[in-house]
Design a binder for this molecule. Structure first.
Ligand code: GLA
Length: 391
């Protein structure tokens, strides 16, 4: 590291008391360029006001009595920002995202904050059979379908209704054969920011033909503040004894393997970074963690995971009714783009996702819990991300 670079980094540290010198992909503050410092303001809503596919897109803000705020756009039902207090009672934005709609629409955008459907995670070769008929979906991830396909819910404009200051209702009609899935599917998702600093996401859907469905949200969290360079210093606990190992294309083999004695064991609070680079074929396939945990069974909504930032004290519990949880350690983030909120870049492994879900590729895996939805049934599931400070 040369002297000039050293002094630029020193200036950046003095300015913001945050490091960044060891991250070549992020330019320093002194250059006035993009940095790793997180933004603590909500994006300006004008960056989201646009008409897409003939429908109005906007940014909606929810706020609770503690000053916690969530900004959500009806483009893809995306959680754009979430401001929660840290151990100094300063607000930090804990989700990755962009300041304007254009970035959410770019090719290869990593599903930041999106509502995912019809099918969260992968379906092998984009094919499945239902009632003797084979359906072909859009192939958008190597040889597989990921997160619904190119026309997944993350890229659709939802109808939005602000119910009150703390509640946003989004609905969407996914037409028969859209992205290859059977049945007209009417979906409703409610984001509710409660006074105990929880973001509750309630999903509901009905269909007029037998179909498959696996809805989730793809928020990328960094409890140090979005834009901080890593989540490897976060402590993670997942209430699971097993996970579903994958092949090299990240399709489950169909087995459920015990986590005990492997880098996948988070049954006790463990740093995400402690074993992420261990010699382990599953970690090689995922380029880190990108695996579905088989959650311990419980009645209804139960706590399944906790994450704590050792830097800010911000803690998050995940509660869900779902049988699975995809733990993804942001392995495909590159830090190359500089259009993160406030002009920051998001480096490799600078966020984690905990996507509550049914298991990947369930329509092709007879031993996994079923993801079929039939006419007359109502799909209903709730997930909660609850925030507090752990001192
Ligand atoms: C999911 C997948 C990952 C990756 C991300 C988005 O978590 O399991 O492999 O595709 O979405 O980049």
């Amino acid at each position: 590291m040369n002297m000039k670079f050293n002094s630029i980094c020193l200036a950046a540290v003095l300015l913001w008391t945050l490091g960044g010198c060891n991250n070549a992909s992020n330019k320093s503050a002194a250059t006035g360029d993009s940095t790793t410092v997180s933004s603590t303001k909500l994006p300006d809503s004008t960056g989201f006001k646009k008409t897409v596919k003939g429908k109005a897109v906007s940014l909606f803000v929810l706020k609770n009595k503690n000053g916690v705020e969530a900004a959500i756009t009806n483009y893809g039902g995306r959680l754009v920002s979430l401001l929660v207090p840290d151990h100094k009672n300063e607000f930090k934005d804990v989700v990755l995202g962009y300041d304007s709609l254009g970035s959410y629409q770019k090719k290869g955008e990593p599903y930041f904050g999106a509502l995912i459907g019809r099918y969260g995670n992968r379906i092998a070769k984009g094919k499945f059979a239902l009632d003797g008929k084979t359906y072909q979906l859009q192939i958008n991830d190597g040889t597989n379908t990921l997160h619904g396909g190119f026309d997944g819910f993350f890229a659709q404009v939802w109808d939005a209704k602000k119910i009150n200051d703390q509640t946003l209702e989004l609905s969407f009609l996914s037409k028969d054969n859209e992205a290859g899935y059977p049945g007209n599917l009417q979906v409703k998702v409610i984001y509710n920011l409660t006074d105990d600093n929880s973001l509750k996401i309630s999903y509901e859907a009905t269909t007029d033909k037998n179909t498959v469905l696996n809805l989730t949200n793809h928020a990328y969290f960094n409890l140090n503040g979005a834009g901080d360079e890593t989540i490897l210093d976060h402590l993670l606990t997942i209430d699971a004894d097993g996970y579903t190992p994958v092949d090299s294309t990240l399709i489950p083999t169909g087995k459920i393997d015990p986590v005990a004695g492997t880098p996948f064991d988070f049954s006790k609070a463990t740093l995400i970074g402690a074993r992420i680079d261990a010699a382990n074929q599953q970690l090689t396939f995922g380029k880190g963690y990108d695996h579905n945990y088989v959650l311990r069974k419980g009645m209804g909504l139960r706590k399944v995971a906790t994450v704590v930032s050792t830097k800010t004290g911000i803690a998050m519990d995940v509660l869900t009714e779902e049988p699975g949880l995809q733990f993804y350690s942001g392995n495909f983030l590159t830090g190359k783009d500089h259009d993160g909120k406030g002009g920051v870049s998001y480096p490799h492994r600078s966020a984690f996702c905990l996507e509550t879900q049914h298991f990947p590729d369930s329509p092709n895996q007879a031993s996994f819990p079923s993801t079929e939805l039939k006419p007359g049934q109502t799909y209903k599931t709730n997930t909660i991300y609850k925030f507090y400070v752990q001192k």
